[in-house]
Design a protein around this ligand. Structure first.
Ligand SMILES: Nc1nc2c(ncn2[C@@H]2O[C@H](COP(=O)(O)OP(=O)(O)OP(=O)(O)O)[C@@H](O)[C@H]2O)c(=O)[nH]1
Ligand SMILES: [Mg+2]
Length: 480
């Protein structure tokens, strides 16, 4: 029993336990409206966010005589997109609904939906972009988030752009908007919300408490992909470091948000139990990982010295993720580095010998790709790997010339190269995937950018690149 005033009722924090997937909470909320108005939007938001079985309201007149009654509930199979229905009966006496039966059938339907999906091991996520800017720009950006999710074997249940007036420091967006998102998840069977914007620890906490959904942001998704892909000891250490550094500020808010992080995405790597350990243990672990990394770094230094002594020129392949860097390395050197149409296929660097005519040789290295807004903790953890670029005599900047986001991707990579202080090293733009362009288009692009067009999946197209590389590296020495 809750008492409010003539304007509204504050529903106290209910026990934060959902009875289980596919079940409602077992609570109906019946209240009175004094202004003779039926269920409001606000009421329905409460229904969704609290996860009530049913929201009912009785319209009461000045004398306190009850009039019409309206009730609303979820509608799992609703195709209109609203996700709920509201019914209104003129007077209470004529209300002939068996509510127990109604709710039973709703639960049956809900659990059928959940049962259908519990055989699948993949997570289903709703992607959310909250922006104060242009809608189309956010939609573009959500496409990349989708590619990230798919690369991490997450099923995408839908993408939603929410235009907001300003960033709400607690919830990112208004309560009503949040309610819509939760509803969308219930309808599509999504159990995870992925935000395209970086969330503060406080935001994750309040959003999780409020929606009772698992919530992660883009950075966390990227960290998770990295932890799936890491193979070598160094790669694994780097990723764990990045994850711990990301988690550190979030450990202060030990709560549901944290325990919700432990399953699936975000729970990989440092491991479930480690998330619960206190900050001191995390600091200790970080220190140990840094020591291990330094040890590996010394070996790396040794390798670098050796390479220098042999005086072979070093070519480094850089570029946006999925541009075709590894495919190019394979095509140039006849090797078999893993390639694949997903983001961050490559994490660990591989170096190969590249032979030119006239007995000339160079070392060519392929490494981790870049992405817009790479989480800072990852940049820091991969600093040693990225530092190796400093030894390069030439950077090959591989671009997916067939992609819609080519210009932005080039800018992103150039930004990162500037941050890494690599602008002094000669750079050659490699316009890849030109098999997907018309010949004229490719020629114009080549002219405009001064790059080399090719298609890494068709090795014969690589000849111009090889001779450009030769010219740049051995420009000073005359041919033997
Ligand atoms: N059509 C076409 N596809 C290509 C070309 N080069 C690479 N690809 C494809 O693009 C996808 C990505 O290639 P990768 O070589 O793995 O790309 P990467 O830059 O190493 O990507 P990450 O390691 O994930 O950063 C693969 O499916 C390749 O087969 C090309 O010239 N034309
Ligand atoms: Mg690769």
């Amino acid at each position: 029993m809750v008492v409010g005033n003539n304007k509204r009722i504050w529903i106290p924090q209910l026990l934060k336990i959902r009875t289980g997937t596919g079940r409602l909470r077992g609570l109906r909320f019946v209240h009175t409206h004094l202004g003779k108005e039926p269920l409001s939007r606000e009421d329905m938001t409460d229904l969704v966010l609290i996860g009530l079985d049913l929201m009912g309201c009785i319209e009461v007149d000045h004398e306190g005589v009850p009039g019409p009654i309206s009730y609303g509930h979820f509608l799992p199979g609703d195709r209109t997109g609203k996700g709920y229905v509201v019914q209104r009966v003129q007077d209470m006496g004529r209300l002939k609904v068996d509510f127990i039966q109604l709710i039973q059938s709703l639960e049956d339907e809900l659990s059928r939906k959940w049962l259908g999906r519990s055989f699948k091991t993949r997570e289903r996520a709703l992607l959310v972009g909250a922006t104060t800017g242009a809608k189309w720009a956010e939609e573009e950006s959500l496409n990349e988030l989708e590619a990230l999710a798919v690369s991490n074997e997450v099923e995408v249940a839908g993408k939603v752009v929410q235009r907001i007036k300003g960033i709400d420091t607690r919830f990112m967006m208004g309560r009503g908007r949040l309610g819509e998102l939760v509803l969308h998840c219930l309808q599509t069977g999504a159990d995870l919300l992925i935000f395209n914007q970086e969330l503060t620890p406080a935001q994750v906490k309040s959003l999780t408490d409020f929606t009772e959904m698992r919530i992660i942001d883009r950075s966390q998704l990227i960290l998770d992909i990295f932890s799936r892909r890491a193979v070598t000891r160094e790669g694994k250490i780097q990723v764990e470091l990045a994850q711990l550094n990301y988690l550190l500020p979030r450990l202060a808010t030990k709560n549901t948000a944290m325990s919700r992080l432990t399953g699936g995405i975000g729970g990989r790597g440092p491991g479930e139990t480690k998330l619960e350990i206190n900050r001191r243990r995390v600091y200790e672990r970080i220190a140990k990982l840094n020591r291990d990394l330094a040890g590996i770094g010394r070996q790396r230094q040794g390798r670098r010295r050796l390479r220098k002594r042999r005086e072979l020129p070093v070519i480094s392949i850089v570029g946006y993720t999925n541009a075709g860097k590894s495919t190019l390395l394979n095509a140039l050197t006849g090797s078999h580095v893993h390639t694949g149409n997903r983001l961050f296929e490559t994490l660990d660097p591989s170096s190969r010998r590249l032979r030119f005519p006239r007995e000339r040789e160079a070392i060519i290295t392929d490494t981790v790709g870049f992405i817009r807004d790479l989480p800072r903790s990852l940049m820091e953890a991969f600093a040693a790997t990225l530092e190796e670029f400093n030894d390069s005599d030439l950077l090959l900047h591989v671009v997916d010339a067939s992609g819609k986001r080519m210009e932005q991707e080039i800018n992103t990579v150039e930004d990162i190269l500037r941050k890494l202080d690599l602008t002094e090293i000669p750079l050659l733009l490699v316009l890849n995937k030109c098999d997907r362009l018309k010949t004229l288009e490719a020629r114009m692009l080549q002219k405009r950018t001064g790059g080399v067009t090719l298609s890494a999946i068709h090795p014969p197209t690589l000849k111009p690149l090889v001779s450009r590389i030769e010219k740049i590296i051995w420009r000073h020495s005359s041919s033997p």
